[in-house]
Design a protein around this ligand. Structure first.
Ligand SMILES: [Zn+2]
Length: 365
């Protein structure tokens, strides 16, 4: 897929006449019918200077061997990879044309990447965010996207539901809802979401965790990887293993008029302590500059292995676990057009309220 995105970008750029045809050489092999054809194409002074085509099955078919040279020579003569197949050897001819086309595109793509005007992003490296933590914390709990829509943007993540009706854990493409009694529900596709972050998880790095005493130590261990790979990207993480102890919270669904999140949680937060429990923490790291759109640093939600218990992580002690990191360099945000949302003062500093909402424990189990 990535290769074709490059190819299309190059073709578009060339069609727009923005860049000269690049020089260079590339070798590409293509599987034909009963053979593999390898083509080395060389561009010089913006023209096809030479095309060498060989087949790994040259002895088998005399006409095929002949056609390798005929097609290759035609490309040089025509200064194009779009040449006709040789009759009686269309299979071999088409393999040469396919390999030469690919080689030509690779030369152009490489030159283009060197120019810095095209940096193809691998699919799936985008963090999708629904609204802002700042709007949630100020009490905007109306759903903005549905569960079904959210799943089109990622298979892993965290968030909450309309009315802050519990904590969201998205894992392996399933959206779980840790409700007020600490149990897990599976929301319908039509359920709506006021705040969430998801991505399609592709692992870049792992870290073994053993005997990590508390939340601060866990964050420090995780920061080691983030600081090494680059602290200005996003990281979605999955920490799977055994947790010696973990304290999670959820909350009761709020009714309108909505109160600010820290106020609502002070009354309606529920907390649960588990010991020696197997499961997965799904976490998000946001860089320091994200303070106006989300919380910076780490935000963890937990779901147990049986997918029956879970919530927002307040305290944790890790026994043995493995953390998988997905370094993410793209960001997409969706907002509400609702007039209430539009009239909110979203640049207001709510750091204190966010800190309380993320970390406060009521002490009531
Ligand atoms: Zn949370």
């Amino acid at each position: 897929m990535k290769r074709w995105i490059c190819a299309l970008a190059v073709l578009c750029a060339l069609a727009l006449g923005c860049c000269a045809v690049a020089d260079g050489s590339a070798t590409v092999s293509v599987r034909g019918i009963g053979e593999t054809v390898t083509v080395t194409l060389t561009m010089e002074d913006g023209r096809i200077a030479s095309v060498e085509a060989v087949s790994d099955n040259a002895e088998a078919d005399e006409r095929g061997v002949e056609s390798l040279k005929i097609v290759a020579d035609a490309m040089v003569a025509k200064n194009s990879v779009n040449v006709d197949a040789v009759s009686g050897a269309t299979g071999t001819s088409n393999a040469v044309i396919a390999a030469a086309t690919q080689a030509w595109l690779e030369i152009q793509a490489e030159a283009a990447a060197g120019e810095g005007w095209m940096q193809p992003a691998p699919a799936g490296d985008t963090l999708y965010q629904v609204a802002l933590l700042q709007s949630l914390v100020q009490g905007y709990y109306d759903g903005i996207v549905t569960v079904g829509e959210l799943k089109r943007h990622g298979d892993t993540g965290i968030g909450t539901f309309e009315g802050v009706n519990g904590e969201m854990i998205v894992l392996d493409g399933t959206v779980y809802q840790a409700v007020a009694d600490g149990s897990i529900a599976i929301p319908s596709e039509e359920e709506t979401i006021p705040f969430s972050n998801v991505t399609f998880f592709d692992m870049d790095e792992t870290l073994a965790l053993s005997g990590v005493a508390n939340m601060a130590a866990l964050q420090e261990a995780m920061n080691g990887v983030v600081n090494r790979l680059g602290a200005n990207c996003f990281y979605m993480v999955k920490i799977e293993g055994v947790f010696d102890s973990i304290k999670v919270r959820s909350e009761y669904k709020q009714e309108k008029p909505y109160r600010p999140l820290d106020v609502a949680l002070a009354e309606d937060q529920t907390e649960f302590d588990y010991e020696d429990i197997r499961g997965t923490i799904v976490g998000l790291y946001c860089p320091d500059y994200m303070g106006d759109l989300n919380s910076v640093g780490w935000h963890f939600h937990f779901i147990n292995e049986d997918r029956t218990r879970g919530g927002h992580v307040l305290q944790v002690s890790v026994g043995e676990a493995e953390a998988a990191f997905d370094m993410t360099d793209g960001f997409e945000m969706t907002l509400s057009r609702n007039t209430v949302f539009q009239s909110m003062e979203l640049a207001k500093n709510v750091d204190e309220a966010i800190h309380r909402a993320e970390t406060a424990t009521t002490g009531i189990n």
